[in-house]
Each structure stands twice: as structure tokens, then as C-alpha cells.
Design a protein around this ligand. Structure first.
Ligand SMILES: [Zn+2]
Length: 348
């Protein structure tokens, strides 16, 4: 499936070039902490800047309607700015140019924007950018933990595949998503590529950036390209993240709770949890709850309520339907994570 339309361009000095070819006047969507670093690279073609504060659709509709007259949208930032830029481009039917400043998520390559409706994640809209510009120097200057956490959105294929197979074997796949060996094999190719480049990703060097961003390039677009099928790319590890967000009301660096969810999932599935944990440790991703601003009680609650949350939210059939999470399981997860990260120096 090589026909996905997201043109990805790698290079250097890419933001400096934008003013010369983006349709004028243009609006830049970015974050308050990023804008001072980039403000001087735009010129009189800049009609306005939106600094993202909210992902709530109701708020964004108002902001979108109040944007200055413009002929293009530039998204410049991590996942949030990228998603809001998509939303504006969709609502205003404008050409879109995306510049992800970190490798944290696959959002630059997904058609829909990941937003919130009353605090609940919703993927809506349609935006295919003219191009996605990946600037090696900009990505390398982003906080390391943001970049390294980007493996979470690829590592999740491992748990997703087992979930899909379990559903298949139980006769519980959703009618629109029968098990598809070909899709699994395609995803596995990207997963294996990332697993072979963990040291480069941890170092955020050129090879690491290319490998992870090309995996995101595929992963972001395949949801649509496989008929809005998430089965080969997402499973209970994401459900854990959704549930943790719901319970705590916190915002996370996506790959941290998803990464912890991958370890929980692989353990529950009895499918190479140590491979998952080794990848997280080696790539430099800290999945301890305290590293993401919550605590073990929060994580334990998100595990214990995962099955009921999954059913209430109408999510698909995964390993949590087959093996309940009890206190002994939660204790074992905690013990293994605490032990693995004691004395760990991967964050440096
Ligand atoms: Zn994700």
C-alpha cells in the first residue's frame, strides 16, 4: 500500500523556506513555547498566529471562524498544533503545510484530527497536507523524551496484532474488520524497522529520525487506507491510555502511557513482554507513572477498570476480554517496571 498521499520531505532549513511558497496570506498554528523560536522566519505574508490552548472542538470552531482572512494554514509543532492545523484547514478548505517539530506521534500523517469533545478523544475531519516537512535540526532540538516516546505509536502494533489474532481465534472480530494477514505483515515490517533502529532513535540522529518518521508516515495513513480499520495498528495499549486520561484528566506525552500500555498488554497476552520492555528501556522511554505526572494508584485503577471502560466506550475485542486484570496482575506489572527502571540511565 504505497499510494498514501502524504508527501514527506526531509531536510534542513525548511522553516526558512515556507514564506517563499506557502499561499499568502497564511496563518501559523503553533504552541506558545515554540513560537518565539520561529517568529522571525516568517514575513509580511503572515496574517496571524494561533497558539493552541484547547483541543475542544466547540472552542476550535469559534477560533476557526475568527481567523483572519488567509489562503493557507501552516502547522508547526508536536501533535496538538498539527491536529488543530488540520482542523482549520478542513473547516476553511485551505491548503495545509505541516512541520512536525518532534517525532512524538503519527498525527502529521493521519487524515483526521485527534481532538476532544467534552474531554473525550474524537478523530474527525479530513486534511491531506501539501507536504510534511521534517527538519532534522528542528526535530533534534526538541526535548529528547518527546522524540523517544514516538516509538509508542509503533510498538503498539505488537499488542494490536495479538489482540486482533485473539479476536479472530475467538470468533469475535468485528464484521467490518476480519483478520487480515497482509495488513499485519505490513505493520510488522515497520515495527521491525523501528526495533532495529532503537539506538539511533534514542540518539535522535538522522537515521533514527528517518526510520521513525517513515514508520509514522505509514502508520498515520493506513487507518484510512485500510478502510478506517485500526486493528493492525492499535489495541488495548491505547485503551489503557484513554482510560488513564479519562480517570486523571491529565495530558500526556502520548508514547509514555501508550508504552506502559504495551507492556501491560504484552504481559496480559503472554506475548514477549520483555521484548517490549527492552525496547522502551533501550530507546529511552520512561513509562513509570511518576515520569508522566501520575502515580501507581492511578495506573492500577486504569488497569483494573480497563475491561469495563473498553465495553462502555464500545471499543473492539482485545485480550482484556479474555483475562481479567486482578490485584495480583497489577502488583506484578508494578514490580517488574520498578525493578527494570531502578538504576536505569536511558533518559540521559
Ligand atoms: Zn497513538
Amino acid at each position: 500500500m504505497s499510494s498514501y498521499p502524504f508527501r514527506i520531505v526531509f531536510g534542513r532549513g525548511l522553516v526558512e523556506e515556507l514564506h517563499a511558497f506557502v499561499h499568502r496570506p497564511y496563518v501559523v498554528v503553533t504552541m506558545a513555547d515554540l513560537w518565539p523560536m520561529f517568529a522571525d522566519r516568517f514575513d509580511a505574508g503572515l496574517a496571524g498566529v494561533h497558539l493552541v490552548e484547547s483541543l475542544e472542538v466547540a472552542n476550535l470552531e469559534l477560533v476557526s471562524d475568527a481567523l483572519p482572512a488567509c489562503n493557507a494554514i501552516v502547522g508547526l509543532g508536536g501533535g496538538q498544533a498539527i491536529d488543530v492545523a488540520k482542523f482549520f484547514a478542513w473547516r476553511r478548505r485551505l491548503p495545509l503545510f505541516q512541520v512536525p517539530t518532534a517525532m512524538s506521534v503519527n498525527a502529521p500523517f493521519g487524515h483526521r484530527a485527534g481532538l476532544r469533545v467534552n474531554g473525550i478523544v474524537r478523530y474527525l475531519g479530513w486534511a491531506v497536507p501539501e507536504a510534511v516537512y521534517v527538519d532534522f535540526d528542528i526535530v533534534a532540538s526538541a526535548p529528547r523524551r518527546l522524540n523517544r516516546a514516538g516509538i509508542g505509536d509503533v510498538l503498539c502494533y505488537h499488542t494490536a496484532h495479538r489482540d486482533w489474532r485473539l479476536a479472530h481465534e475467538a470468533g469475535r472480530t468485528e464484521p467490518q474488520w476480519p483478520y487480515d494477514e497482509g495488513l499485519v505483515a505490513e505493520a510488522k515490517l515497520r515495527l521491525d524497522g523501528v526495533l532495529a533502529a532503537l539506538d539511533d532513535i534514542r540518539a535522535v540522529n538522522e537515521h533514527g529520525i528517518r526510520t521513525l518518521m517513515l514508520a509514522h508516515h505509514w502508520g498515520g495513513a493506513t487507518f484510512h487506507d485500510s478502510g478506517w480499520n485500526p486493528r493492525h495498528i492499535e489495541g488495548m495499549e491505547h485503551f489503557f491510555f484513554y482510560n488513564l486520561e479519562r480517570l486523571t484528566g491529565r495530558h500526556f506525552i502520548h508514547g509514555q502511557p501508550v508504552g506502559l500500555g504495551c507492556f501491560i498488554g504484552a504481559t496480559l497476552q503472554d506475548d514477549q513482554p520483555e521484548l517490549v520492555l527492552d525496547a522502551l528501556l533501550r530507546a529511552g522511554v520512561d513509562v513509570r507513572p511518576e515520569a508522566m505526572g501520575v502515580n501507581w494508584d492511578d495506573a492500577a485503577e486504569a488497569m483494573r477498570t480497563l475491561a469495563s471502560f473498553s465495553r462502555q466506550a464500545g471499543l473492539w475485542y482485545t485480550a482484556i476480554e479474555e483475562r481479567p486484570i486482578d490485584d495480583a496482575f497489577v502488583a506484578a506489572i508494578r514490580e517488574r517496571i520498578v525493578d527494570a527502571y531502578t538504576g536505569w540511565e536511558g533518559q540521559t
